[in-house]
Design a protein around this ligand. Sequence first.
Ligand SMILES: [Zn+2]
Length: 317
Amino acid sequence: MRHIFFSLLFALFFTILVSPVSALAAKTIHVLASTFPIYQITRNVTLGVDGVELDLMIPAGLGCPHDYALTPQDMHKLAKADLLVINGLGMEEFLGAPLKKANAGLQIIDSSKGITPLPMREVEHDEVHDAHEVQHETGHHHHGSPNPHLFASPAMAALIAENIAQDLAIKYPEKAEQIRTNGTAYSKKMRTLAHKMKQTGSTLRNNRIVTQHGVFDYLARDMGLEVVAVVQAHAGQNPSASEMLSIVSIIKSSKAGAIFTEPQYPEAIGRTLAREAGIKSARLDPAATGPELAPIDYYQQIMQANLKTLVDTLGSR
Ligand SMILES: [Zn+2]
């Protein structure tokens, strides 16, 4: 009896070994998304696709991983992933060498592929400009790094969704049809949203704004807003006293309408600057962060709320 059991077990094992097609069909694909906004887009692209398990790497509440360092939990998630979807444009600089160590065979989809980036904005402060010019002996301003915050613009989110769907469909042809259908449907929703935001942008009484960091540069461009200054020249780093004076003077000379803070950074300095300059401040959400169990249409909800905030703060014609 025992002998028969083991023979059967062996036969079963052998069958699985020699039939790679059926084994593959049953295998779950572990997809990991690096950041919350990329996770939300990938969720929509893989919605209802059998055999795909999606996970978020860095915590949903963390926000932009500009000064992030990999944790043991991240290494563990990387180790068991088949595929990693990244924001790209330098947002995942923290991955570097440890990635190879955690999972040398990990496939990567760069969701920013083929999208023309904006440069990271220069520091407005004159003294800092001078310092840059000393550092770069040519005397030209340094526009080295691209702005990685595509996701905060629905028009760019549409392109990100198309990129992710396209690459996933190529990698997993047996699931391609549904992935492509999802990708097209989501990018259409994003384009509709982008159109609405652009229309609203054209009716605002004042289109000049100050933001907390470079997160809204693409959204501003796509809505016809002008970012006249940023509070944090480097993400997470507060301005010096002289930089604050400089920002207030830029706000006054450019007649900016409002300072927009964001949920991922403390709002105190933005509020202080707004008070000093005599303009409004409000919170605009780039959807860089979100709740652990966010609804599937979380991004759309946030952008609708942003539209209301923009109209309430800047007025409409
Ligand atoms: Zn950022």
